[in-house]
Write a protein that binds this ligand. Structure first.
Ligand SMILES: [Zn+2]
Length: 406
């Protein structure tokens, strides 16, 4: 694959689109990053971040025809080593041929950071604990919601804009079709999402001195994963640091912390199932897990973004499909036991955790039922190769004008 500086297009509404040609499943596409106006970093590094993992999956070498940050080049060598060591069958080491930049740009003078913001627990925690260091919040369109799901995008966009107003920071919205183009090539969760977050961050590296990626992990859950404290900082350049934040805090500690903030109560969005345009379905495992802690914190009735009431019978019968999820529930139960003021909730969690010792046909059927539900949800949420022209044609058809505020 040959890579060079992306093509830059100034849109009539002031947005800036950077495009780079790629071949996906024998079709030519333009991979794009669109940002709400200047300043924008116009170098090739963001596009290398977006294409390195698909190249590793396919075993395709990369030749870069424009100088690249020396620190970034060293970083991607280490990233490849780490990811290949974690997933030797799935990700090959590829050759990245590039000339190191002689004089990389200086960091921007304000020294302020951006923080990636999806409306979830981890991002609210990072924002509230780093508020004074921040000068903007960044939301990536096309990462967890398809670009052509205009209804849901609009709803999430409004929520996040209101949240950013309440926090008194600008919301910088970046769009990319990276996941659309490569979702069938490389696993989004396991391999790819961290590098797309890095691509989104790097294109803003003339606007912020650093970018905070809120961690979704704790030290006892550090299995190989697309965004990881040992990998994310390696995407940094001489002028821009990428920081994997708050690994030391457990998810229930984070929820207990943000539960006291009105902005989180009003705008929290944890569900990725995106069912019928709902922000939080209130029924999936992730929604239930969050609602349980919000109830333990005594604020669930103030969190208006959950579409249904907490069903404790559903909590009690949740199958814990992995050790990670089990750890989360053990952690939540500890908090509930410590508070010792909600016996119904404590009982539901104990029943849920005791079920891990279930044996026999009932357990098997319960697991199949939950897996089928997850499969059903996943099928509603498909990403497929799409060009900028197709997205724009569909947005006109749907009568929507997608716009990014700065
Ligand atoms: Zn949900």
């Amino acid at each position: 694959m040959r890579m060079t500086r992306p093509r830059k297009v100034l849109e009539s509404d002031g947005r800036v689109t950077l495009l780079h040609p790629v071949t996906v499943q024998d079709r030519e596409f333009e991979l794009f990053l669109r940002v709400p106006g200047e300043p924008v970093y116009e170098g090739v590094e963001p596009f290398i971040a977006l294409t390195l993992l698909p190249a590793m999956r396919l075993g395709t070498d990369i030749v870069v025809e424009t100088p690249v940050s020396p620190k970034f080049l060293k970083g991607i060598e280490k990233i490849q080593e780490q990811l290949h060591a974690w997933f030797p069958q799935e990700l090959k080491k590829v050759r990245v041929e590039a000339e190191p930049m002689r004089s990389p740009p200086a960091p921007i003078e304000t020294g302020k950071s951006g923080c990636l913001f999806s409306g979830g627990v981890d991002s609210f925690y990072s924002i509230l604990t780093h508020r004074e260091e921040l000068s903007g919040l960044i939301f990536g369109h096309g990462l967890d919601i398809q670009l052509d799901r205009f209804d849901l995008r609009e709803r999430v966009q409004q929520q996040l804009r209101h949240a950013a107003e309440d926090i008194r920071l600008p919301l910088v919205e970046v769009e990319t079709n990276a996941r659309h183009l490569f979702d069938a090539t490389v696993d989004w969760g396991k391999h790819y999402h961290g590098s797309v977050l890095a691509g989104v961050a790097l294109v803003l590296s003339r606007r912020f001195a650093s970018m905070i990626i809120p961690s979704g992990r704790t030290p006892d859950m550090l299995f190989p994963w697309g965004s990881h404290p040992e990998v994310d900082p390696l995407w940094s350049t001489e002028w821009f640091a990428i920081i994997h934040d708050s690994i030391e805090t457990s998810r229930s500690e984070k929820i207990m912390f943000i539960a006291g903030a009105e902005v989180a109560q009003k705008h929290l969005r944890v569900c990725y199932h995106n069912v019928s345009g709902k922000l939080n379905c209130g029924r999936c495992e992730k929604c239930l897990r969050t609602m349980v802690v919000l109830r333990a914190a005594g604020v669930l009735d103030r969190c208006t973004n959950f579409e249904t009431e907490l069903d404790l019978k559903r909590v009690a019968s949740l199958p814990l499909l992995s050790r990670n999820i089990e750890v989360w529930y053990e952690d939540i139960l500890k908090t509930v036991r410590k508070n010792d003021n909600d016996l119904e909730l404590k009982q539901a969690l104990e029943d849920c955790l005791n079920r891990k010792f279930d044996r026999g046909v009932l357990r098997l059927l319960r697991r199949i039922w939950w897996r089928l539900k997850r499969y059903k949800y996943r099928n509603r949420n498909l990403f497929y190769p799409i060009s900028l022209a197709e997205i724009e044609a569909r947005s006109k058809q749907a009568g929507v004008i997608t716009s990014s505020a700065s």
